[in-house]
Design a protein around this ligand. Structure first.
Ligand code: HEM
Length: 262
């Protein structure tokens, strides 16, 4: 159908009205608070070098990125992205772990039943549980391989020796996360694996008995052990890991980016 002059005028008026409302929104304090200087959504934006640098400075994601990255550092064949994969798996385990927390109660009377219910009656329960389990095995593997890669390239040498030490702490935390998670299904495998593990730690010279007592929350494995390991697994260890990860990434930046051929 042909457009009449009347339709054109109404369309024009609507456009003007929308333009006025848009202008008012852009002038508002709320808009200015959300879209910082340099954003293309600011009124009167121009593509100038100043605005381009503002975009980088005012965006948290861009700001985390280094200004310059060495050519070899972005080659997948150099790092094999093993550190990145370890980090991805940590995020993946956090997300799947939160899902599992909705259906799991850490007491000797309920833990095993909750896992059975999760697998048989909860939508995607079995899938998510297995993703969490396999993700955990994979993370131990990628962290170990990442350490081997760093060693192979001699990236533990100055100025990166401090970051190597942070890495060793990260490896220990990863192993502890894996071990504490092992008890949570409260099945025979978990019970006996943890009994053997804590007995071994009980052979620590001088204060072995005390170490065992602290880990078990008593003299033998029981519901107190479960609560203790659960809290370590879902809260304390991930919390400490995140802090050390932040230091680890910050050090990579401060040590001049990824190591490379001289
Ligand atoms: C949760 C565990 C870990 C995560 C998520 C992680 C993450 C990363 C990432 C993303 C990088 C950037 C380069 C790359 O991907 O290779 C990196 C570099 C580095 N990591 Fe890790 N890392 C972990 C554990 C470790 C361990 C166990 C060690 C050694 C004991 C270590 C030592 C280093 C060193 C020295 C660098 C600098 C490497 C270079 O400059 O070539 N990291 N890490």
């Amino acid at each position: 159908m042909a457009e009449t002059n009347g339709d054109k005028a109404t369309g024009q008026a609507l456009k003007e009205k929308l333009g006025q409302v848009g202008g008012k929104v852009q002038d508002s304090q709320t808009w200015a608070a959300i879209f910082r200087p340099g954003s293309i959504f600011r009124k009167g934006y121009t593509d100038s070098p100043r605005n381009r640098s503002y975009v980088i400075m005012n965006s948290v994601l861009y700001h985390l990125h280094p200004v310059k990255v060495k050519r070899h550092a972005v080659k997948v064949s150099y790092t094999l992205c093993l550190g990145g994969l370890s980090f991805f798996l940590f995020i993946f385990l956090t997300v799947t772990g939160i899902f599992l927390m909705f259906f799991y109660r850490p007491t000797a009377a309920q833990a095993w039943d909750d896992i059975q219910t999760l697998q048989t009656a909860v939508g995607f329960g079995l899938l998510v549980r297995n993703m969490h389990r396999w993700g955990a095995h994979l993370m131990v593997l990628t962290v170990f391989l990442h350490m081997a890669r760093v060693f192979y390239h001699g990236a533990y040498k100055p100025p990166r020796e401090f970051n190597w030490v942070i890495g060793v702490i990260l490896l220990t935390l990863t192993l502890l996360l894996s071990f504490t998670g092992y008890l949570l299904p409260w099945d025979q495998l978990a019970l006996w694996a943890v009994t053997v593990g804590t007995n071994m730690m009980g052979y620590t010279p001088v204060f072995g008995e005390q170490v065992r007592f602290v880990l078990l929350g008593g003299v033998e494995i029981g519901t107190d052990t479960l609560l203790r390991w659960y809290t370590l697994h879902v809260l304390m260890l991930p919390f400490v890991l995140v802090i050390f990860l932040a230091i680890h990434f910050w050090r990579v930046r401060k040590d001049g980016g990824i190591s490379g051929p001289l």
